[in-house]
Design a protein around this ligand. Structure first.
Ligand SMILES: NC(=O)c1ccc[n+]([C@@H]2O[C@H](COP(=O)([O-])OP(=O)(O)OC[C@H]3O[C@@H](n4cnc5c(N)ncnc54)[C@H](O)[C@@H]3O)[C@@H](O)[C@H]2O)c1
Length: 282
């Protein structure tokens, strides 16, 4: 059976989640090459999952794959999309903050017909946001509610000397746009990024972050208004079974994107085979 060859850039938690997903065998895709700035991590992943794939440079990874998956860090997004464009590969970008910082990368890829897939991450409702954009959105607000320990250590709390370790009631710790939220609470950036890229952009998307001592889950609400009417969604996230720092839905959304990419690739292969048959009359 034809399989989509995946070039994995970043061999940490999400990379491992994707390997587990591919091992189940229900998706016509396989890891064809791995790259990590820390080669030992790539070698560890290769050994752990008995991958028949070389550990190599980003350039070689792009060369050997049909499809690139970035699950590294924001700084890796630019070189990965540039490599995807050079080698004409579609790609999945997990470090959405890297895209928020470089919107021109999406335009460059679009101009060359390279599809950059952005996972919905730990939030639902982006389909409705995208649809609503066709007639225009007036406002989009993301309200994120987390247990205090999920926010501790954020640069914004330290800079503003905000203490949340002894809260008894919920406290709004941040209000601003998605770009400001990305700098203030980098760990929250993927949800704000996915929402703003699906909708009215990082400068116009408002973000409110609440530290709630009674919360047991990471809860993300979307409140949007536009020509279509009003929308509210609520996603209450459980942690990923393998990685308690990350929401399970975020990993699942990466898997769903990989499945969709593999299916699109197979459809394209079948189309090409049919064309060849028609031409050769076989
Ligand atoms: N979109 C979402 O919903 C979502 C959800 C979870 C995580 N993420 C993002 O996905 C990325 C990976 O998350 P993770 O939990 O697997 O992180 P992780 O720290 O477990 O793994 C990251 C790996 O990338 C490697 N790396 C770092 N810089 C690199 C570079 N320049 N080039 C190649 N490899 C590099 C590291 O050595 C590490 O092995 C992060 O940016 C994270 O914010 C996105």
């Amino acid at each position: 059976m034809t399989k989509m060859k995946v070039g994995l850039v970043g061999c940490g938690n999400i990379g491992a989640d994707l390997c587990i997903f591919l091992q189940k065998g229900s998706v016509p895709a396989e890891i064809a090459a791995l790259h990590d700035i820390n080669e030992e991590r790539a070698n560890l992943l290769k050994r752990s999952f008995h991958l028949d794939a070389p550990v190599c440079s980003l350039e070689e990874t792009a060369e050997k794959a049909h499809f690139l998956v970035e699950c590294a860090v924001a700084e890796a997004v630019k070189p990965v999309i540039e490599a995807a464009i050079r080698h004409r590969r579609d790609c999945l970008i997990m470090s959405v903050s890297g895209l928020m910082a470089h919107p021109e990368l999406l335009e460059a890829a679009q101009e060359r017909n390279i599809q950059v897939r952005i996972p919905s991450g730990a939030i639902c409702g982006l389909d409705g946001i995208r649809a609503a954009m066709e007639a225009g959105l007036h406002s989009v607000l993301l309200v994120t509610r987390k247990p205090p320990k999920g926010l501790m250590g954020a640069p914004y709390l330290q800079e503003h000397e905000i203490r949340i370790d002894n809260l008894t009631e919920p406290m709004i710790v941040f209000e601003g746009n998605a770009l400001e939220a990305a700098r203030a609470f980098p760990a929250n950036v993927n949800v704000a990024g996915a929402l703003s890229l699906a909708g009215i952009g990082p400068k116009e998307t408002r973000v409110r972050i609440i530290a709630d001592p009674k919360a047991t889950e990471n809860i993300h609400e979307i409140h949007a208004e536009g020509a279509f009417g009003r929308m509210q969604t609520v996603t209450a996230n459980l942690p990923s079974p393998r990685n308690p720092k990350s929401s399970y839905l975020a990993s699942l959304s990466a898997c769903a994107e990989l499945r969709a990419a593999a299916q699109a690739f197979l459809t394209y292969c079948t189309y090409c085979e049919e064309k060849v048959k028609q031409r050769t009359g076989s």
